[in-house]
Design a protein around this ligand. Structure first.
Ligand code: NZQ
Ligand code: ZN
Length: 386
């Protein structure tokens, strides 16, 4: 096991009815900006619950943060923060709204002229404006981590940012919110969280026995609840296990002491930026190709995964590894997610080279847990996904 330090300061308030606790968690003198997305919260009762819970709190509102949060829109919110002398942010939404608020938390305290530099120059945020979240969609884990992904429409860029100053102060996780989430987003949440675990697990063995078991248990739980939550998003017990699994998949715990990959996400962000494909679906498109291409370096963990998560007992290490890849593709299909790039866009010609070039232009020329995947490898992996 590798050396590590672990600190996650986010307070999680989990369960039915917990949205009512917001005001008790926010400092009395705070001037709050409530931020949300395209309006789903106004149709499913979450907005009313939040407004009721903000009784006595001094707050303003900013709605309209789009999925794959856009820099242009966030800059409008930043102007509101400055004009209204806001000093506390409250995100009510899924990964997009929460990530947008993380950007704002960083940008509000940023001394430079161009907040985009936080992304373009990968400037880590040590201290941001305090913020909290009410999660409405289990998927990204953003409610308990310090990373964000922001899009710039005019340049079709989708870049990551983060830093120790970008953990939410508290996050309210009420599984009841899942009842209004559309099928497509439920499937996305399952696939995104599942792939988050894979990115931190599917590398090579380092004797991190407990981390492996944590990862396997999260994947097993997602597989177990998937049919129930897809059939009925109002199934509270299934929603609770789904929501907590998504949070645990990316709150930093399972990556401690182990190598991590993240190449699928880096390539996937380019597919979203280029074609607008949902984040989770880009991951499902690339997973089998990435693992097949890197079978030699990943086969031990792939075989362990096949055995422990899918119960594959027959065959050599390599055969089990391949069975593990196949089971993963079947899992995506079972939740209604197609796994070929051609299922999402007709524009396959040149896509692989484009993704490789774009990553290379940002200096991302050494992907994967060994840092050995060069642009030529990226091009081959994406081409295998057509
Ligand atoms: O915008 P509204 O109207 O609220 O509708 C949203 C949106 O259209 C809707 N929705 C959310 N909660 C709902 C609901 N509809 C009905 N009932 C509810 N309770 O769902 C749609 C998708 O929302 P979004 O926030 O975009 O989804 P998700 O949570 O999957 O977030 C995706 C974003 O997170 C980034 C992705 O790249 C993408 O930009 N990621 C962030 C990560 C992080 N910060 O750690 C890690 C991930 O790997 C990922 O990259
Ligand atoms: Zn993801």
């Amino acid at each position: 096991m590798k050396n590590f330090e672990f600190k996650n300061p986010t307070k999680v308030i989990f369960g039915k009815g917990q949205i009512s606790k917001i005001a008790a968690e926010i400092p009395k003198e705070a001037k709050v900006l409530l931020l949300y997305g395209g309006g789903s919260i106004k149709k499913n009762g979450i907005y009313e619950q939040v407004i009721a819970a903000l009784d006595g709190v001094d707050f303003e509102e900013f709605g309209g943060i789009p999925a794959n949060p856009e820099y242009e829109v966030l800059m409008e919110a930043l102007a509101v923060i400055k004009a209204k002398k806001i000093d506390y942010l409250l995100a009510v939404g899924g990964g997009s709204v929460i990530d947008g608020v993380k950007f704002l938390s960083a940008a509000a305290y940023y001394k430079g002229d161009e907040p985009w530099d936080l992304l373009a120059k990968r400037i880590p945020t040590k201290k941001g404006m305090p913020f909290a979240t009410v999660l409405t969609l289990p998927a990204t884990g953003s409610e308990m981590n310090s990373g964000a992904v922001i899009t710039r429409r005019e340049t079709k860029e989708k870049l990551t940012m983060g830093g120790p100053g970008l953990f939410p102060i508290f996050s309210i996780l009420d599984p009841s919110v899942v009842s209004s989430v559309p099928q497509r987003q439920i499937a996305n949440g399952l696939a995104d969280a599942f792939t988050h675990v894979l990115e931190q697990y599917m590398t090579f063995p380092v004797g991190a026995l407990l981390q492996d078991r944590f990862s396997e248990s999260i994947m097993q739980t997602l597989i177990e609840v998937a049919p129930a939550i897809i059939k009925n998003p109002a199934d509270y017990e299934a929603a609770a296990s789904f929501m907590w699994s998504c949070t645990m998949a990316l709150n930093g715990l399972i990556q401690k002491g182990v190598p991590t990959d993240w190449a699928i996400h880096m390539m996937g962000h380019e597919l979203t930026a280029l074609y607008g494909i949902d984040h989770a679906r880009t991951l499902a498109i690339l997973t089998a190709s990435h693992y097949t291409y890197n079978l030699e370096t990943k086969k031990e963990k792939l075989a362990q995964y096949a055995e422990r998560v899918w119960g594959v007992t027959e065959g050599t290490t390599e055969e089990k590894a391949k069975a593990g890849i196949h089971k993963t593709t079947e899992f995506f299909h079972s939740i209604g997610i197609k796994t070929k790039l051609s299922d999402y866009t007709e524009e396959s010609e040149g896509t692989a080279a484009k993704v490789a070039d774009r990553l290379a232009s940002r200096g991302m020329t050494k992907l994967g847990e060994h840092g050995t995947l060069a642009p030529a490898d990226v091009e081959k992996i994406v081409a295998m996904s057509y």
